[in-house]
Design a protein around this ligand. Sequence first.
Ligand code: P53
Length: 478
Amino acid sequence: LSKEMKMPTGFLWGGATAAHQIEGNWQADGKGISIADMMAAATVTEPNRVVTKSIESGKIYPNHWAIDFYNSYPQDIELFSELGLKALRVSIAWTRIFPNGDELTPNEVGLKHYDDLFDKLLAHNIQPIVTLSHFEMPFNLVKKYGGWLNRELITFFERFATACFERFHKKVKYWMTFNEINNQTDWRNPHHLYQDSGLLLDKNENAEESMFQAAHNEMVASAKAVIAAHKIDNSLKVGAMLAMVPIYALTAKPQDQLIAQRAMQYRYYYGDVQLGGKYPKWLLNYFKLKKFKMPFLKEDAEILKEGVCDYLGLSYYFSLAIQARADKKVEYDEHNDLVNNPYVEKSQWGWQIDPEGLRYILNWIQDRWDKPSMIVENGIGAYDKVQADGTIHDDYRIEYLKKHVEQMELAITVDGVDVLGYCMWSPIDIVSASTGEMKKRYGLIYVDRDDTGNGTNARKKKDSYAWYKKLIASNGDI
Ligand code: P53
């Protein structure tokens, strides 16, 4: 990079995690049961994570133990500090603060835990970045209220968010409301409806309509949280959080272009609402055409406008492509329409690797919403092999991260995109969100624990640890 193309000073080089994937100790100190605690791990023979209504013997629930970060965080933060992290993204387990979600007062032991965690980070000059709801809402809100289809959850979330802002506003500046709120665009997959919105639908319900209704309640709750945060402390920045997956037209055929345009409109309308303050016209018309009953209250439009998010937190892992269907209907079906892009490679879990897609989407975000963005997840899940001498040569991970960081730097220095930071997923091995596996490893630090929870739980630096350390120390010299 030439001198004028240097990365901005103060750029937040960091790492990202989520409570249910690292903490374990699922019932310690008054913690309630979260939706993640009820998901059994997937196996080769049983590829989808099953949600059980009660804990079943013989099934594996990896989030119950994860990597024990709840206890091991002081030692893990020492390793993050040596790595030079300037920021660590964590989430607050809602169930540690409000175990059932509908209590009136927070659990002091839970608040104290995060106070200690943030103090430890700040003592090492690591800025905490916090997601309020990362796939881990109280299970009680699913059982008793039917998840986010119920408007009462807005009050519960606002109470939770307010308790966190009041308690931690001096320690935490950057917040996010709902992790990857747009995964539920794939509403045909019950996994996403459950993870994003706590929905367990029966067959007679219209899943698409339910998704739009639940997401509306979440976006109103998010806007109310933004308003509350600014009232408590005007310096707080509250972000939306979207899984950014560019969807390219497979060919230059006009029909392919049209469906690709609709795919992008559909997948990212959440951003239009959370960052632009209102529903896009095409979608309001779509609700009419589909006869969807949206739970719009009179005051909602004003709340959405007032509670616009300050920035966009985004995850980026892969891109996809799309081709018009033979019937030529411009109606998007995320579950069935997406196809592989023949021009890019794939990870061992079939995720398409497309570094240029990151530069593409960062430009798209700037153009569409004109807000700062922060990359709060980017990484590769892979099998790692520990050598006889204990070393782990994860050159594929270095390769993946390097290529993506390079494209991000071009977006910043050449295209002028306003990116606040880069938190790679993840500084340490954690339980996979989609499969519940440990062997789908993302970390710069290896954790000696297998899919069934066996192992010493010891930490080992991988080769990528040294690489990322150098990258941070040089402020992005690749
Ligand atoms: P895992 C789907 C597609 C892209 C990202 O994913 C996704 C998902 C949902 O599973 O999730 C995010 O662990 C999520 C993290 C998650 C990470 O990506 O399934 O915010 O919690 O661990 C990686 O390989």
